[in-house]
Design a protein around this ligand. Structure first.
Ligand SMILES: CC(C)(COP(=O)(O)OP(=O)(O)OC[C@H]1O[C@@H](n2cnc3c(N)ncnc32)[C@H](O)[C@@H]1OP(=O)(O)O)[C@@H](O)C(=O)NCCC(=O)NCCS
Length: 206
């Protein structure tokens, strides 16, 4: 049985891994007192090298949502040690591709010729339609929907239930708010919210 450690406290990913036939050996978290499903805390991120020597063939799933953090941890834990975990109750088109370290939850649909990058997290019921490209380290929250030929660059977070219209391009490091309907291209590094989605501008009171 393949052995897996989960980085971060994420009950859904633990259950996903178990459903996919992994033996979950424990979790990595900075808080050694957390208890999830009676699994041991193996250590924090700095304990990885020691634990990796102790438990042979241990793989890792990075269960966190924040794209920048996922990128940092993927290189700390080593891309070669990352597991790709895909729910049996997702639909993945035979012509779609999913890169190493990505996690695909129940009810996700990935349609023909869609391409999913490394260390992406596709949460329950997210849908990626035909010819979409999703860059490395992206997070798709529950129920979001990318319509045909959408391009999502690296490290984008897409909130729950958001809809991205066909052929729209979302620039790297952007955030799409929950429930947004994105009708135009989104520049890199900004947050958009609403219907239709517009940049979120925060007013600061001195
Ligand atoms: C967009 C988002 C990232 C903004 O977070 P934030 O920077 O902390 O923003 P704030 O909560 O300070 O809200 C700022 C303003 O934007 C509004 N706003 C926040 N999120 C919004 C959204 N999704 N849609 C519309 N308006 C939103 C707030 O009402 C607030 O408006 P106000 O200034 O008129 O009071 C966040 O609200 C969001 O939608 N996150 C996605 C959550 C999600 O899907 N999680 C999935 C977990 S599995």
């Amino acid at each position: 049985m393949r052995k897996l450690a989960i980085v971060g406290v994420e009950k859904e990913i633990i259950e996903l891994a178990q459903e996919c036939g992994f033996k979950v050996a424990g979790i990595f978290d900075k808080n050694s007192n957390v208890r999830v499903f009676n699994l041991p805390v193996l250590g924090n991120d700095d304990s990885w090298e020691r634990i990796h020597k102790e438990i042979q063939d241990l793989q890792v799933a990075i269960a966190l949502d924040i794209p920048l953090l996922k990128e940092k941890l993927a290189s700390q834990y080593g891309f070669e040690n990352l597991a790709t975990v895909i729910s049996n109750s997702s639909y993945i088109s035979p012509s779609a591709t999913i890169q190493k370290g990505s996690l695909v939850q129940r009810g996700v649909k990935i349609m023909p010729d869609a391409r999913i990058g490394r260390v992406c997290k596709l949460n329950v019921n997210a849908t990626v339609h035909h010819d979409c490209v999703v860059g490395d380290f992206c997070t798709l929250a529950p129920g979001c929907m990318l319509l045909g030929a959408v391009i999502i660059e690296e490290r984008v977070f897409i909130g729950a239930g958001a809809i991205i219209l066909p052929k729209v391009k979302v620039g790297r490091d952007s955030i799409i708010g929950a429930g947004a309907v994105v009708v135009d291209d989104v520049p890199a590094g900004i947050t958009v919210v609403g219907v239709p989605a517009r940049p979120l501008v925060k007013e600061y009171v001195e």
